[in-house]
Design a protein around this ligand. Structure first.
Ligand SMILES: *Cc1c(COP(=O)(O)O)cnc(C)c1O
Length: 435
């Protein structure tokens, strides 16, 4: 594509909307924290923070230090002197603070897919234990999951169900209470995402957690699309397990390690199905016999990805002094303005995301028959979004580094793309491996 446009190139918005954006920006309590990020400074509007968050300024010096001083000078001693060994828990506590989890219950490592695998099988074992140790989990063999889940969540779940002899029942979150009413005494685990990755819909984490518990089932929440932008209050809601990645709204960088939440009450019995040496009670005893750790380290596996982990730790400093409730308020203000502008300027485009504030996460999904062409044409105008097959344009709204003026500029650019038929020509653009 050609050179990215500058902010000055974005077409002008109607004065009423420009004024509205300025008023909302002035009224927002969090403020624009983009100074904490190393953005290209070319006026582009980055609406893909729900896929790969922007680069926090603290990361580059931290990675340079990790490589040059820590690895280069401390060498193997870094495991002790640089706190590498305990970093998965230390960084886990920092993530946990954004999730409403008290320290000692989140550990960072692996990728989300692997963390899902650990939790599915640990939950199956916990269910068997609760049912009196008959080894079969009584009648509780069912895992309820959303058919609209991110594919990896379903791929791993189906594989784990085969391994553990579980039955997967697919039900979208609004249907879950009915499944629990009909078959609640068969359900071992309810596994859902807090925010739908495709539509941006926010599900009722407290209510669905309560419903699962009332039926005697455990609950697992995937927070990939909500961590850092929607409060989860995991401790308060008595959530059993949660997982998430850290490269989306947590800005940890490409391939940043994922995390898992296991509350204290479930740590002693957590049957990690990949019980690598890092999860042992005494990893350096080098015994052939496995004794699991009795704290959150039980969810660790092997040697942590230290450079990525230290990059994530630095990235999380973008959240220093930031309250997730304030991030949530700014997020709703930004997506709310985008909805107002879409209604006013591009009423012909269907917004898939629910309009009610308590039903939307921090992304908007727009349906268009040439969604791919729309994404490419917007890219040429310096507005970055992503395409989700078959017909969705997805805009992630990262409240730390986007302003009300940015989201308004994106909608105005969309109007210009459609007016100029730019999406029709762009629809033919080759699709790269990663969309
Ligand atoms: C992004 C995302 C993942 C990513 O899984 P990885 O194994 O970390 O690549 C998983 N689940 C959901 C819901 C996601 O949005």
């Amino acid at each position: 594509m050609g050179a990215v446009t500058t902010a000055a190139d974005h077409p002008a918005a109607p004065a009423a909307l420009t004024g509205r954006a300025a008023a909302l920006e002035a009224a927002d309590a969090l403020g624009d924290l983009r100074a904490r990020f190393d953005l290209p400074g070319d006026g582009s509007v980055y609406l893909v923070g729900n896929s790969l968050g922007a680069l926090p300024r603290a990361v580059a010096p931290a990675v340079a230090d990790a490589v040059q001083r820590q690895w280069g000078r401390a060498r193997v001693g870094g495991w002790n002197t640089e706190g590498w060994w305990t970093a998965p828990q230390r960084v886990g506590d920092r993530v946990g603070a954004l999730l409403g989890a008290a320290p000692g219950q989140v550990v960072v490592g692996d990728c989300t897919s692997v963390q899902l695998h650990k939790v599915h099988l640990a939950a199956a074992a916990e269910t068997r234990r609760r049912s009196g140790g008959d080894g079969r989990g009584g009648r509780r063999r069912v895992v309820v999951a959303d058919p609209g889940s991110f594919p990896t969540d379903l791929f791993v779940l189906h594989s784990d169900a085969r391994l553990a002899g579980l039955e997967v029942v697919l039900a979208s979150p609004p249907e879950v209470p009915a499944v629990l009413a009909a078959r609640g005494d068969e359900v071992a685990l309810v596994a859902l995402s807090q925010v739908d990755y495709r539509t941006g819909e926010l599900w009722d984490l407290p209510g669905l957690t309560r419903a699962a518990h009332d039926a005697g089932a455990l609950v697992l929440w995937d927070l990939c699309h909500s961590a850092g932008v929607v409060p989860a209050d995991l401790d308060e809601h008595d959530v059993d397990y949660a997982v998430g990645c850290s490269y989306k709204f947590l800005n940890g960088g490409p391939g940043a390690p994922a995390w898992v939440y296991v509350p204290r009450r479930l740590q002693a019995g957590f049957a990690n199905p990949v019980p690598g040496w890092n999860s042992a009670a005494q990893p350096f005893a080098m015994t052939a016999e496995y004794t699991p750790a009795s704290d959150i380290a039980v969810a660790r596996t092997g040697t942590p990805q230290m450079i990525s982990l230290l990059a994530l730790e630095a990235a999380l400093s973008a959240y220093d002094g930031v309250d997730v409730d304030a991030v949530r308020a700014r997020s709703l203000s930004l997506t709310g303005l985008a909805l107002e502008a879409l209604d006013a300027l591009v009423p012909e485009v269907e917004v898939v995301t629910p309009r009610e504030p308590d039903r939307r996460g921090s992304a908007l999904a727009l349906r268009h028959p040439q969604a791919w062409g729309v994404v490419r044409a917007l890219h040429a105008r310096g507005v970055e979004g992503d395409f989700r097959a078959p017909d969705v344009v997805r805009w992630g709204v990262a409240p730390l580094y986007l302003s009300h003026a940015d989201v308004l500029a994106a909608v105005v650019a969309l109007r210009a793309v459609l007016d100029g038929g730019e999406h029709l020509a762009a629809e033919a653009a080759e699709r790269p491996t990663v969309t």
